[in-house]
Design a protein around this ligand. Structure first.
Ligand code: GLU
Length: 304
């Protein structure tokens, strides 16, 4: 199958979808992004790449970074992490305080904000320079030393981060934040601010399609079991409160972010990254979801 042609076919639908969602507006740095952007990239585990549209333009990966934070924590902290974070879909908004109260400070999963804050606290507990280690890890995954934080975005996240501040304080009150609150928040805002393009993201997710092994270095980033576990968590918790709908339409493990990016994994075969800034009411990219739905239908790729 010619995946380049598949991408062209999908991209042809992008203009029709513009106007069906809203670009994230909770920080000015995201509100200013053009709703017409559309990029998509495929990276096979054999090292072949395909791309279309704005696949080379960096955007704010936001919650997609929670996959990198989790991968790093699984490497460094191991299974102890799971005494502090659950593995169930939340069925709630990604930044819900309510659920955290009735579940006594144990976040449902590592991909909601509360869960990611605990994961980052676990990293900060063991790493001297957690923010730098995270950045180096992301650069290594993307095989690109040019990947960087966007300081304007992270500053803006900080200025408008009242709910995240509430979450981390709440977690601290339940004893589930063990280090300094401001250090955890600073690292969290920086993780969210990572700027990457579709081609870099597709490369960075490759170990999840390749039994945990990097195709650049041939090192094990994760064990094969851990890679399957991360994929399972993405399938059940990776699309905010729309995981069921996404699994129905696309059938692939994936993670979205409010910058309009979604990265999906076809285990054993390839990764697909897509970017289209307009979001639906659940916070997922409208055209990103549609693009992956078209991809799975045209190519017959699904884990089911
Ligand atoms: N920076 C966002 C927040 O913490 C993350 C949003 C997202 O992509 O889910 O609210």
């Amino acid at each position: 199958m010619d995946f380049g042609e598949v991408l062209e076919e999908i991209a042809a639908e992008a203009p029709q979808q513009v106007g069906r969602g809203k670009v994230a507006s909770y920080i000015p740095a995201l509100a200013g992004v053009s709703p017409e952007k559309f990029g998509m990239a495929i990276h096979t585990v054999d090292g072949v790449t395909f791309s279309v549209g704005d696949a080379g333009e960096p955007f704010s990966i936001q919650s997609i970074s929670k996959v990198f934070s989790l991968m790093l924590a699984m490497r460094i902290v191991g299974d102890d992490l799971w005494s502090r974070v659950g593995r169930e879909p939340s069925g709630n908004a990604f930044n819900s305080l309510v659920q955290l109260e009735y579940e006594q400070g144990i976040p449902r999963n590592p991909f909601i904000n509360a869960g990611a804050l605990v994961v980052i606290d676990a990293l900060v507990s063991v790493l001297q320079e957690a923010k730098i280690c995270f950045l180096e890890f992301a650069r290594g995954l993307a095989d690109d030393p040019g990947v960087n934080f966007d300081e304007v975005v992270s500053q803006s996240e900080d200025t408008h981060g009242h709910v995240n501040r509430a979450l981390v304080n709440f977690l601290k009150a339940y004893g589930n934040i063990r280090t300094d609150i401001d250090t955890v928040l600073d690292a969290y805002f920086h993780h969210c601010s990572l700027a990457m393009n579709c081609a870099q993201l597709a490369h960075a997710f490759l170990p999840l399609a390749n039994n945990g092994v990097s195709i650049s270095t041939e090192d094990s980033v994760l064990t094969a079991l851990q890679a399957r576990q991360v994929n399972s968590l993405m399938l059940t918790c990776g699309l905010y409160d729309a995981v069921g709908e996404f699994a129905y339409r696309v059938g692939l493990p994936a993670k979205s972010g409010v910058g309009g990016g979604i990265v999906a994994v076809v285990p054993g075969e390839m990764t697909i990254a897509v970017w289209a800034p307009e979001l639906d009411e659940t916070g997922n990219s409208v055209m990103g979801t549609r693009a992956l739905e078209l991809f799975s239908q045209i190519t017959q790729r699904s884990i089911f």
